[in-house]
Design a protein around this ligand. Structure first.
Ligand code: PMP
Length: 323
């Protein structure tokens, strides 16, 4: 779908995937005015196909657009574009337990203009691809690297928006994590370099020894994850206490040693819920509990996946049937 100032969104169409021609002076290439979403369509237990909370992705897309001075796409157009992709690609949706059709809606500034101001022309597209488990080990605990130097987002920045620039800013830290034998980077807050913000592509949740959950608050520097929100709602509904509060890296390290922090997990659309086993930095290395998947983590994972696949009741009406 195209957008032009004064005309609005127009020219919605379905085309076979092919390269897009981009002018060298396209605004996005220079100023990174681009936003995206990521969600999955699943094969359900009864053979149908559903998306999980696509309305929440639509709302976040709208917030990202606002932060990046981009035009709003209606929720109706966003959802319709996803349903259309699923209908076209239905034969490609994996049947397997870990498999799904990953949907990537995105929009970028297509105007040919080198001045620095919000562009007047945009393109919105959706691509889709069958995917398997995000981490090669499936739900095996992952290791994370606490970047000593790099931050992802500062107060007042774009941390709460899902924009390409945030990920570009994180690539050096992610490369450092891999060089140090870790799967993902953990970002600390940009101001005090003390509190856990999130991982490269996932939010972090801690399970305390009293069975309660703690997770960093949405103060504008982390992405408001839809999986994070779903986990907190499911836990609260089951009577667990949930605290959205700052958790320092020292609290994590000391808590892992004393048993106060019993489990930690990463959560996001791609990884669903994945236990965190080892935490490394240039100064220390520690293991969360025995480094194996914790029972609360795996219980929440099962509960969430069962709702997504239509094997359990859907108390919050999260499952959006398409086929
Ligand atoms: N944080 C970051 C930086 C991410 O890229 C993602 C993945 N979108 C998440 C958290 C988790 O968000 P969600 O649960 O909506 O996928």
């Amino acid at each position: 779908v195209r957008y032009a100032d004064g005309k609005g969104w127009y020219d919605a169409r379905v085309e076979a995937r092919a390269p897009i021609s981009v002018d060298p002076a396209s605004a996005v290439l220079h100023y990174a005015q681009e936003i995206f979403e990521g969600l999955k369509a699943y094969k359900m237990a009864d053979g149908g196909v559903a998306m999980f909370r696509p309305d929440a992705n639509a709302a976040r897309f709208a917030q990202s657009a606002q932060r990046m001075a981009m035009p709003q796409l209606s929720e109706g157009t966003f959802l319709q574009s996803l349903r259309e992709m699923i209908r076209i690609d239905q034969e490609w949706i994996p049947q397997s337990e870990e498999g799904s059709l990953y949907l990537r809606p995105f929009a970028y500034a297509s105007e040919v203009f080198l001045g620095v101001r919000p562009a007047l022309e945009y393109l919105y597209l959706v691509i889709a691809s069958p995917v398997g488990a995000y981490f090669s080990g499936g739900v095996k605990p992952v290791s994370v690297w606490v970047s000593p130097d790099f931050t992802r987002a500062a107060p007042g920045g774009t941390g709460a928006a899902k924009c390409g620039g945030n990920y570009a800013a994180g690539l050096s830290a992610q490369a450092e994590a891999i060089e140090n034998g870790c799967d993902q980077v953990v970002y600390l807050d940009a101001v005090q370099r003390k509190y856990v913000d999130e991982l490269g592509g996932m939010n972090v949740v801690f399970v305390l020894d009293d069975g309660s959950l703690a997770t960093p608050p949405l103060t504008g520097t982390i992405l408001p994850g839809i999986t994070r929100d779903s986990v907190l709602k499911l836990a609260q509904r089951a009577g667990r206490k949930v605290a959205e509060r700052p958790v320092s890296i020292d609290e994590w390290r000391d808590g892992a040693a004393s048993g106060r922090i019993r489990e930690a997990f990463a959560c996001g659309t791609a990884a669903v819920i994945t236990p965190i086993g080892v935490v490394k930095s240039p100064d220390f290395e520690f293991t969360v509990a025995d480094g194996g998947p914790g029972s609360v983590t795996m219980g929440l994972r099962k509960e969430l996946v069962d709702i997504q696949r239509g094997r359990a009741a859907d108390p919050f009406s999260w499952v959006h049937r398409v086929l």
